[in-house]
Design a protein around this ligand. Structure first.
Ligand SMILES: [Zn+2]
Length: 307
């Protein structure tokens, strides 16, 4: 079987047609696909709507952020999905200063895009002042893949200055309506980032050539600045297991995970094929200069004691 030319669909974003609620939680995500197309690399991937507008209803917390900014996205997004109105106490594990200090990229590059920006133009990311906990559903983890996620996390942590904390394995399954606050499962804090080795049957967005999805949910008060509070990364375990049979399969699988983590942190696709955030991974050599510069910019996200 010929080496697969992996391809990625464009991430999409959108908004509901309903008035902006006082509290918002919005998941933004990128889709990544791979498939066998012989020698041809087809660039016009079918786009799969991934954006989910998750809204928190009124009556949960009193927002006090300054008004700003437009709701992201386009008018073609599906209707908003209601999620739990509960939220954890503010400022859990939030320190006064960023926990890590990432080194500036050795080479400058503007070959990066953000999935979402605030009204003042700053990219939406995670607070660097608190750890980002993550759990992994390893039920379908392919043989030989155990180290792939930890290594990718280490790479992204170094590039973003986000301190990741592994909370162990989980039985939680991916869900488009995943509650961002699950006190019964994870305690009085935002739910951890869920990384799931899964299948298209469980995660329908993986159907067809899609090999993975990654995205995060942001929180804001009454139109104020947004910050990601949790996220999800779904990996098509059967497809990646097949890839791992190739001599360079671990490189390719790592590239997929890094690319998806790039989406989780807040990076969008770019037009430069040298970057890992390009919609295809032809030579899986890891992060390139544009990717690193984009992740470094995300490291400057505001700390949020109010979330
Ligand atoms: Zn992608």
């Amino acid at each position: 079987m010929q080496r697969r030319p992996p391809r990625h669909a464009e991430p999409t974003s959108g908004r509901s047609g309903t008035p902006r609620p006082r509290y918002r939680l919005v998941l933004v995500a990128g889709l990544c696909v791979a498939g066998v197309f012989g020698a041809a690399v087809v660039l016009d991937d079918p786009r799969v709507k991934q954006f989910l507008d998750l809204r928190i209803g009124p009556g949960t917390r009193q927002g006090a952020g300054p008004g700003e900014g437009a709701v992201p996205g386009d008018a073609e997004a599906p209707p908003a999905a209601e999620v739990s109105t509960a939220a954890p106490p503010a400022g859990v594990e939030e320190a006064a200063e960023p926990l890590l200090t990432p080194a500036p990229p050795a080479v400058g590059s503007d070959a990066y895009h953000f999935l979402l920006v605030n009204g003042d133009g700053t990219p939406v990311g995670y607070s660097p002042c608190r750890p980002l906990h993550y759990v992994v559903n390893t039920d379908l983890e392919p043989d030989g893949a155990a180290e792939l996620v930890p290594r990718a996390i280490e790479t992204i942590s170094a590039a973003t200055g986000i301190s990741f904390v592994y909370d162990g394995t989980t039985d939680e399954q991916p869900s488009a309506q995943r509650p961002p606050f699950q006190p019964d499962g994870y305690g009085a804090r935002w739910a951890p980032l869920l990384i799931a080795w899964t299948t298209p049957e469980v995660a329908p967005q993986l159907k067809g050539p899609v090999i993975g999805t990654g995205g995060s949910t942001h929180f804001s008060f009454d139109g104020g600045p947004k910050t990601f509070v949790t996220g999800g990364l779904d990996l098509d375990a059967p497809q990646i297991a097949d890839e791992l049979l190739n001599p360079d399969g671990d490189k390719y699988a790592t590239a997929v995970i890094l690319h998806e983590l790039g989406h989780v942190m807040g990076l969008d696709h770019v037009d430069d094929p040298a970057q890992l955030m390009y919609p295809e991974i032809g030579t899986p050599e890891g992060l390139s200069d544009g990717d690193r510069n984009g992740l470094y910019e995300l490291s400057k996200a505001a700390c949020r004691k109010d979330l």
